[in-house]
Every structure is written in structure tokens, then in C-alpha cells.
Write a protein that binds this ligand. Structure first.
Ligand code: GDP
Length: 289
């Protein structure tokens, strides 16, 4: 099927090159994932480029996600020994939570260095993720900017800096931006709905219809309460439901404006928490490989 959403692989090549350079400087990679689309916001290149560097998944936007599914993802990652955590990056999140995950991964490496007589040193990390996933929010929560600059270090590309998170952790100030694997309309819809791709890259009615299609089963109360739908309205097709919502929010027949409203409401969590990727999707993908 043709994918209607445009993206720009030219940026991707440059981003990958820069990430490849930066990876040599760090002990651990924080891949930031969106807890609403943990699989879709993953970039398979990150693992390839990271090679044997340890990798921590930080799933942001837990407060906007479906808690049951988030727990399934955490369990799944634990079952494959993949370090992972899920957070509301805007609150209740800081360096200690990350160090709790990172210390066990790097314990052996640091012990080996100490055994060779090397001075104890902070762990160095870089974060990477798709646009809008929460990279800056994570960085800001981990770093006290005023006290943060560690100064330039050899090897760091001009203009980049290490920021001090704690005595035990330093972060590169420029997170890597990588685009997700982007090969089906379903993936595009998920990215658009969660805000990972630009507004002008898709038509909002397509995305609103996708939201209605997903949420009518999983979050009927959210739709009913927000848009004054009745039980009978759930007999309607997706398109007719969109038209009904358009009327109910007082936009007459301007279904494009109503679509924008639905998308913004979904992103802000006003219809309820949702996670569009399930562990079962991953297993289905694996079967086709
Ligand atoms: P970046 O493009 O990856 O650097 O993403 P930002 O850090 O700029 O975050 C994009 C948007 O998501 C901002 O509006 C953030 O406030 C919001 N955001 C990031 N993390 C969270 C989170 O855990 N929960 C909620 N509710 N919003 C978040």
C-alpha cells in the first residue's frame, strides 16, 4: 500500500553519521521511546549502530499511555534481558531512577577499569529517539543546566558538550534524532497521531479516522464523554462517527477542523491513556521475518 505521509531520508543519513561518531564517546545509549508506541518509535538502526554498547530504553509519556500495555512491554523487555523503564518525564523523574538501571549494566566494565588502576569516572551517555519523543525533556530532567557544563572534551564534535547529571553520570548535550522505520500506513498513522511527524505531512481526517477506528473498541467512554456520543452512535461507520462528532462539537460540516480537535485531544490524553503497539504486534512481526 502507498504511504501517504512524506518524510525526508536525507536528514536521516546525516543524523546516522553523527550518531555513529558520538557512539564512540559513550558507555551507554538511552533510546527514548514513546510509551504509546514503543515498537513504532524504535529505530532498528540504533541497535545496529550501538553495536555492543549497552542500551537502555526510556519509555516516556507513561502518563498518557495505557498502563496495562506499558507493564506488558516492561515485562517483555525484562524477559529478554533488555534494560528498560517507563516514566512520566515531565514529573517524578530524575538521575537516580536512571542510575538504578544503568549501574548494574556497567558495573563489570567500571570494576575492570578500577582493577587496572584507572581513576573512577562518571558514566557517559547519549540519548537518541524519534522527533518529539521527549529527548529534551529527559535531558532537562537529568541535568541541572546552570551547573551542568562539564566543558569540552577531546573527541566531542565542535559545539557539543558533556552535561553533568550527577557525579556519576554525564550526558552529551545533543541527543541523536533518528526517524522510525516507516514502511506502512499503519506506522505513519501511529506516528502522526502521537505527534512524531509534522502536521503538514498528513491529512488530519485520515488520522482522526484512524483514532476513531482504534479508540471505539478500546476507549469508548473517552469518546462518548468528550464528544457526547450515545451507545447507538457506535453502530455508525468510522466516517459517520467523525461527522457526528463534528456536529456535536458545533463545527457543522467542517470535519477537518473536528479532525484536528480529535488529534489534539488524543495527544493530550483527553480521551484516555492509549498504547497502540502491543507485545503481540512484535511477535507477529517476528513471525513474518
Ligand atoms: P524531543 O523533540 O524528543 O526533544 O521532545 P521534547 O522533549 O521537546 O518533548 C515533546 C513534547 O512532549 C513536549 O511538549 C513535552 O512536554 C512532552 N513530553 C515529553 N515527555 C513527556 C511525558 O513523559 N509526559 C507528557 N505528558 N509529556 C511529555
Amino acid at each position: 500500500m502507498a504511504v501517504n505521509i512524506q518524510w525526508f531520508p536525507g536528514h536521516m543519513a546525516k543524523a546516522i553519521r553523527q550518531f555513529e561518531e558520538n557512539i564512540t564517546l559513550v558507555d551507554v545509549v538511552f533510546e527514548i521511546l514513546d510509551a504509546r508506541i514503543p515498537l513504532t518509535s524504535m529505530n532498528p538502526e540504533v541497535k545496529r549502530i550501538s553495536g555492543d554498547k549497552p542500551h537502555l530504553y526510556i519509555m516516556t509519556k507513561r502518563d498518557l499511555a495505557d498502563e496495562t500495555r506499558v507493564r506488558e512491554w516492561l515485562q517483555y523487555f525484562a524477559s529478554i534481558n533488555q534494560p528498560a523503564m517507563a516514566v512520566d518525564a515531565k514529573t517524578k523523574f530524575g538521575p537516580n531512577a536512571v542510575l538504578d538501571k544503568v549501574n548494574p549494566i556497567l558495573k563489570d566494565k567500571l570494576a575492570r577499569e578500577e582493577a587496572k588502576g584507572m581513576k573512577s569516572r562518571p558514566i557517559r551517555a547519549i540519548s537518541v529517539g524519534v522527533p518529539n519523543v521527549g529527548k529534551s525533556t529527559v535531558l532537562n530532567r537529568l541535568v541541572n543546566r546552570r551547573a551542568a557544563q562539564v566543558g569540552n572534551r577531546p573527541g566531542v564534535t565542535k559545539g557539543q558538550q558533556w552535561l553533568k547529571s550527577s557525579d556519576k553520570l554525564e550526558l552529551l548535550d545533543t541527543p541523536g534524532i533518528l526517524w522510525p522505520k516507516f514502511d506502512t500506513q499503519e506506522v505513519a498513522n501511529k506516528l502522526a497521531l502521537t505527534g512524531a511527524i509534522k502536521e503538514n505531512a498528513f491529512s488530519s481526517d485520515d488520522i482522526a479516522l484512524y483514532a476513531i477506528n482504534r479508540f471505539r473498541e478500546t476507549m469508548p467512554e473517552g469518546l462518548m464523554n468528550r464528544y457526547r456520543l450515545t451507545k447507538d452512535d457506535f453502530e455508525l461507520s468510522d466516517v459517520d462517527m467523525l461527522l457526528k462528532i463534528t456536529q456535536n462539537v458545533g463545527m457543522r460540516d467542517d470535519y477537518l477542523r473536528a479532525s484536528d480537535r480529535i488529534i489534539l485531544d488524543a495527544r493530550a490524553g483527553k480521551l484516555g491513556g492509549f498504547t497502540l503497539d502491543s507485545v503481540a504486534d512484535l511477535e507477529a512481526n517476528d513471525d513474518t521475518n
